[in-house]
Design a protein around this ligand. Structure first.
Ligand SMILES: N[C@H](CCC[C@H](N)C(=O)O)C(=O)O
Length: 246
C-alpha cells in the first residue's frame, strides 16, 4: 500500500486513496504512531463520491473519527491535484462536516471552511474566559496576554469536560498567535486549522482583528484567515514530505 506523508504548517497527516470504504481506525493508530509507524497527527482516506470530486474519512492519531480538519483539507487538496484524482486545481469534497471547496496554487492551498456555529457564548472557568464554537469540529477559545498561560493539564480537563479542542490565543498588532491542544491527539499540535479559524472568528467578533489577518500557530508558519460574507477562508502552504510503500 502506498502512503503519502504531508505537513500542513506542522500539522501532519498520512494520506492514501482507495475505492474501499470501511473503518480505518486501527490503520490510523498504526500509521500515525511516531515510533513504530510513519508518524502523524491524523490519517486521511480518500474514496470516490458521486456527489463531489471525492469523499474523505478523517481519523485522529488515536483512531477517533473527526468530522473535519482544516489543515488536512489543505493537504488532501494538494494530494488529490498532484495525484490526478481531480481534473482542476479547484475542487469540492465531502467531509463529515459537509462539502469543502478548495483551490491549489503550487504549494499554497486555500480552503473554504464550513459555516461556524457558536455552541456557548462567553463563560468563565478556571480563571479564563472561554468561548465554544464549531468550525467543523468543536473548539474552546480563550484570549490571553501571554501564551505561557497555555497549560497541558488545564487543556486536558477542558477537553474532556466540553468534548472540544482547546485554544489559547494572543492578539499582537492585529495578528493572532495560537496554541492548540487537540482532541484525539491528546496534546499540543504544531498547528490546528479549525482551531486557528475559531480564534480568528472570536477575535474578529471582538473587533480585535480585521476581516483578513495572519495567524501563527506553534510551528510559527504564517496562515491567512479571512471572512467574506460570513464564510471563513483558510490559506497557507503545505508540504509533501515523502511517499512510501508498506
Ligand atoms: N483533532 C480534531 C480534528 C482535527 C482538527 C485539526 N487538526 C485541524 O486542522 O482543524 C478533533 O478531533 O476535533
Amino acid at each position: 500500500m502506498t502512503y503519502t506523508k504531508y505537513s500542513a504548517s506542522g500539522n501532519d497527516f498520512v494520506i492514501f486513496h482507495t475505492i474501499l470504504e470501511k473503518d480505518y481506525s486501527s490503520d490510523a493508530i498504526k500509521l500515525c504512531n511516531r515510533t513504530e509507524g510513519i508518524g502523524a497527527d491524523g490519517l486521511v482516506v480518500i474514496i470516490p463520491s458521486s456527489q463531489a470530486d471525492f469523499k474523505w474519512l478523517f481519523y485522529n492519531s488515536d483512531g477517533s473519527h473527526a468530522a473535519m480538519c482544516g489543515n488536512a483539507t489543505r493537504a488532501v487538496s494538494h494530494y488529490a491535484f498532484t495525484n490526478n484524482l481531480v481534473t482542476s486545481n479547484e475542487m469540492q469534497f465531502l467531509t463529515g462536516a459537509g462539502l469543502i471547496k478548495s483551490c491549489v496554487e503550487n504549494d499554497i492551498v486555500e480552503t473554504q471552511l464550513t459555516q461556524a456555529k457558536v455552541l456557548k457564548e462567553e463563560f468563565t472557568q478556571d480563571g479564563f474566559t472561554w468561548y465554544l464554537v464549531d468550525t467543523g469540529v468543536p473548539h474552546l477559545v480563550t484570549i490571553v496576554d501571554d501564551l505561557e498561560f497555555y497549560n497541558h493539564d488545564l487543556c486536558a480537563k477542558m477537553r474532556y469536560e466540553h468534548n472540544a479542542n482547546v485554544n489559547f490565543a494572543k492578539i499582537e498588532k492585529g495578528i493572532i498567535k495560537v496554541r492548540t491542544y487537540e482532541r484525539g491527539v491528546e496534546g499540543e499540535t504544531l498547528a490546528c486549522g479549525t482551531g486557528m479559524a475559531a480564534c480568528f472568528l472570536r477575535a474578529n467578533q471582538l473587533k480585535l482583528v480585521e476581516d483578513c489577518t495572519f495567524v501563527y500557530p506553534k510551528s510559527g508558519e504564517q496562515l491567512t484567515l479571512s471572512r467574506k460574507n460570513g464564510t471563513i477562508y483558510f490559506k497557507g502552504a503545505v508540504k509533501k514530505v515523502f511517499v512510501t510503500t508498506i
